[in-house]
Each structure stands twice: as C-alpha cells, then as structure tokens.
Design a protein around this ligand. Structure first.
Ligand code: GAP
Length: 518
C-alpha cells in the first residue's frame, strides 16, 4: 500500500469528534447523505441519501438479500406494508411495552435515556479498568497473567465491580418497572449531565416510541394507526400465507427489508440513530426446543456476513443482552467500533413463540405448523436476525474513509469501500478531449454499462479526476490514451494501491467481474 495514513478511524486514540465531523461533511460533499429538507433547516434525525449514497445503500441491501434469500433454499423474501392493523401492535407488546425510560436535566433542558446514562457510567468504569490492565501489561511484560490480574488487583476489580453492580441494579429496577429506583441509582452514581455538569434531574418517565397517524376508513374512534417500529411484525402476520403458498417446511425463514419508524428520545450521531430508518430482518421458524442450536447457527452466519466485507475482525465484538426484551429467551448483539466507540449494529434474538402465539390469541386464527414427523401441530419458535441498513452504511462508510499522505508528499482522501459495494465500479476517462479518445471511451462505457455501474468523466486533468474517484470510492479508473487507439488496450488504475496496468479492452469485463467478486 502507498503512503502513510493520517486518519485511522480504527485507532482508538484518534476517535475524536473531528473524525466524525469529517465523515459527515464528506458524506454531504460527495453526494452520499444530506440532512432531510435542508433548505428548511432540516428535520431532526431524518436524512436523505444522495446519488452515491442511494447506490451504496442498494448494494448493501442486495448483499444482505442475496446472502439470505438467494443463498438459502428455505428462506423466502417478502415486502409487507408499513401500515398494519392497529391490533398488530397490541399483540406484539409495542403499545404497552415499547418504551424507553427518559430523564431530563433541569438546567440544560436536555433529555436522556436513563438506561443509557447508566450504561455509559458502567462503560467508563470498564475503560478505567482496561487502562490499568494495559499499564500493568507494559510493566510486567511476558510474565503478565491478565486473568489473575483482573481477578485480584483491587483497583481493577473495584472498577469492574462498580460497572457490574450498576448494570445489575438498573436491570432489576427496569424489570420491576421501578422508575423511582432508576432515578435513585442515577443520583447514587453521581451521574452528571454532560452539557450542564449538574445533577439536577427530573423523575424518570416512560416514553412510547411509536409514531401514530390517522386512517380515514376505520370506524369512528378506531382511526389511530401506527407507523411500524420494526419490520418483523409484517413477517409474523404473513406466516400462514407464506407457509401455505410457498409450501414451506419447518425450519424455514422469511426475510424482509424496509422502513421502520421510532420517535427516538435521543436522536444524535448522524445516521446511527434515526427517526425514520431501514431494517433488514429475517425470522427463522424452528421446532420448539431446537431454538438454541439455530441461535448459534445464525450467530455464526451473521458474523461471517460481516467479515466478508473485509474489515478487521477487531472491529466487531459480541454483546449479550443484560436485560432480555419481553419476547426473548436469548439475545446478543454484534457491535461495531464506530468512530464514537463500540455500538450495536445487529441483533440476534431467540423470540420463542411469543409473537405467533400473541397474534394467534388476538386474531383468533391458528398460526401453527403441522409437523409430519411428529404428527402434531405446534406454534414454531423463532430466531430473528435484525440489522439496521443505515447503521451498516455508517459502519462501512466511516471505516472506509481515510486520509493519506503519499510518498511524493501530496495528500489524498480515499474512500476504501469494499469493492463489490462501491456505488461506481469504474470510471471511464479519456486522457484528453480529442484525437478520438472520447469516442473510444464512450464505446467502452456502452459495452460495459449493462453489467457495471460506471461513470464517464472527461473534465479536468487526469490527476484531479483520479482524486475525485478516490473520494467517491470508485475502485477502478480506466483511462483511454493515445496508444489505446492503436493497441486496443487501456490503463486500469486500482484505487487502494494506485497501481496501474495495461489491459486489452476485450478483457475488461472479465477483469472487472473477477475483481468485484466477494
Ligand atoms: N425486530 C427486532 C428489532 O427491531 P432492535 O434491536 O430494536 O430489534 C434492530 O433493532 C436493528 O435496527 C438495530 O440493531 C439497529 O441496527 C437498527 N436500528 C434500531 N433503531 C434504529 C434507529 N433509531 N436508527 C437506525 N437504526 C436503528
């Protein structure tokens, strides 16, 4: 690889607000992401994808869809409506339980999720412990026994115990719906507002995250409907339809991608937490009692999917849930190291028969599978994989954006997107705008455009055009020069190494197919 990296988002020390700001401004400057309705000063936590952003988003979605639907004979895909009968959300538990505990600081007037304040406190304690461990590692060298040190060093143990105790108390209070105890815990831990620095808190209250709207055709008083807060319920209510029409046999899965809406209390961090976002979810229906095997199976499959994008393994970690959702008997997250730290990217949940059971009860329809081997009916158990498309976009984009200092002293900004996900796969560039080069470049463009998303560019000096494509993340630049007209070959420049090679025009398609494989 050429050059020295100036920005290393994967490096903990350099995780700063500056890097995050750079990511946001690059996304805007290069047509990836715009603030929604920006000419009216924007709408909080709502974003639009621009010309390159929508391509990258489509490519991530297709990568997911292929891995789920095309690669598994027993998984089919659907596209359910956003609006659903209001009873859906009663049955799913969202009307009663899709709440976040919120708390306001009276001085800064800022609103926080009470559980996040406590989790952040615990994370800080863990970080202090890690710092101590790193220092000791350096001090003791090869003789260092990390496990023993963790268990016996009083300072490290103190930090880790504080973290565990805080989480333990929070989980118990939330499970008992004891919001006064949650507030007491925030006070006992002496958590201060990051803005005002004060501990002048309101009481903790529950806040339902569903957006509602009205639908004219329902009878008087029953016109309130919700914008779906997850796509999963569209799958559950279609379980029978798909099973019958697709002649599906347990175990089988139903996959779906689509918009979801949540009135998030704290909606910051760009597209990490949005009020309108897109999910990619798959519900896998299994025989009761086999759900833990399938849970492990899907954990492995999903981690493989992430790793295939080629980012370092150290960017991912597992986080088992401290507090299980009302429907789950096991749950874990795949966390990714974003520029602001490790955060949830995907959830894998063993949802038992909660959803199908509840819809069966509320609808009065039998949502069961007849198992020919057992000769009996049962409500299948469900293992779910659920990932945010926008959050995956942020993971991919933030890790890929790098500033480099080159050997000749110049600098470049390069978006090292996984090649198969890049919005533009190749740019076709006539070296100059004369001598038949543009015509030849156009012919190449026309020959390849059915198979690859391309861009034709003849403006500015070739060096500037290369830089422009680097910043967009285009993996290949194909340059038509003087010799091309006689040797029927072009120069192909690879984005990351900046290496150039000569290649016959009739070999271009095969070359690109090979390079873009994953
Ligand atoms: N059906 C299960 C479910 O919805 P979740 O953990 O609430 O589970 C799944 O959401 C995934 O959806 C998350 O891991 C995250 O990637 C994404 N997600 C959730 N809320 C989001 C938001 N406000 N903005 C962007 N992505 C979000």
């Amino acid at each position: 690889m050429h050059g020295i990296l100036l920005i290393l988002p994967s490096n903990k020390e350099s995780m700063s607000e500056d890097i995050f700001k750079k990511i946001i401004s690059h996304a805007k400057e290069y047509g990836y992401i715009f603030q929604s309705s920006e000419i009216y000063d924007g709408l909080s936590a709502v974003y639009d994808y621009g010309q390159y952003g929508s391509e990258l988003k489509n490519n991530i979605r297709n990568y997911w869809w292929k891995s789920m639907v095309q690669h598994h004979e027993n998984i089919v895909g659907i596209d359910a409506a956003i609006f659903m009968h209001p009873t859906t959300w009663k049955a799913s538990g969202h009307v009663d339980a899709f709440n976040d505990p919120m708390i306001d600081n009276k001085d800064s007037k800022k609103r926080y999720r009470a559980d996040v304040l406590i989790e952040d406190y615990a994370e800080k304690q863990r970080q202090k412990a890690e710092k101590e461990i790193t220092k000791a590692k350096k001090r003791f060298g090869d003789d260092f026994d990390e496990k023993l040190y963790r268990e016996t060093n009083p300072r490290v143990k103190g930090y880790l115990d504080k973290a565990d105790e805080a989480i333990d108390k929070m989980v118990k209070s939330l499970e008992a719906d004891d919001l006064a105890a949650v507030k007491q815990l925030i006070e006992d831990l002496e958590i201060a507002c990051p803005i005002s620095g004060s501990r002048n808190w309101t009481d903790v209250r529950q806040f339902n995250l569903m957006f509602d709207t009205k639908m004219g055709s329902l009878s008087e008083g029953a016109d309130k409907i919700f914008l779906r807060p997850e796509t999963a319920q569209g799958i559950f209510v279609n379980f029978l339809n798909v099973m019958k029409t697709g002649r599906m046999k347990v175990p089988f899965g139903i996959a779906q991608t689509g918009k979801a809406f949540r009135n998030e209390i704290v909606a910051r961090q760009f597209i990490f937490r949005m009020r309108e976002f897109e999910q990619m979810e798959m519900q896998f229906f299994v025989k009761p009692g086999t759900e833990m095997e399938w849970f492990e199976f899907w954990k492995e499959q999903r981690m493989e999917w992430h790793k295939k994008m080629g980012f370092p393994e150290s960017k991912y970690r597992w986080h088992d849930h401290d507090k299980l959702a009302h429907y789950a008997n096991a749950a874990t997250d795949i966390e990714f190291e974003f520029p602001f730290g490790f955060k949830e990217l995907e959830g894998i949940h063993s949802r038992t028969d909660f959803d199908l059971g509840a819809h069966q009860k509320y609808s009065g329809k039998k949502l069961q599978y007849f198992d020919p081997e057992l000769n009996e009916n049962y409500v299948p158990y469900v293992v779910e994989t659920s990932i945010g498309l926008d959050r995956t976009f942020l993971a991919v984009f933030s890790h890929s954006l790098q500033d480099e200092k080159l050997d000749d002293g110049s600098e470049r900004t390069v978006l090292r997107l996984p090649k198969f996900l890049a919005p533009i796969k190749a740019a076709i560039l006539p070296l100059v705008k004369k001598d038949g080069m543009p015509e030849m470049a156009r012919r190449i463009f026309d020959d390849l455009k059915n198979d690859f998303m391309l861009q034709y560019d003849e403006k500015d000096a070739i060096g500037r055009r290369y830089r422009r494509q680097d910043a967009i993340g285009t993996p290949f630049c194909i340059t038509v020069d003087n010799e091309s007209l006689s040797d029927n070959a072009v120069t192909i420049r690879e984005r990351d190494s900046m290496k150039q090679e000569r290649i016959a025009i009739d070999k271009l398609a095969a070359y690109l197919f090979e390079q873009l494989k994953y």
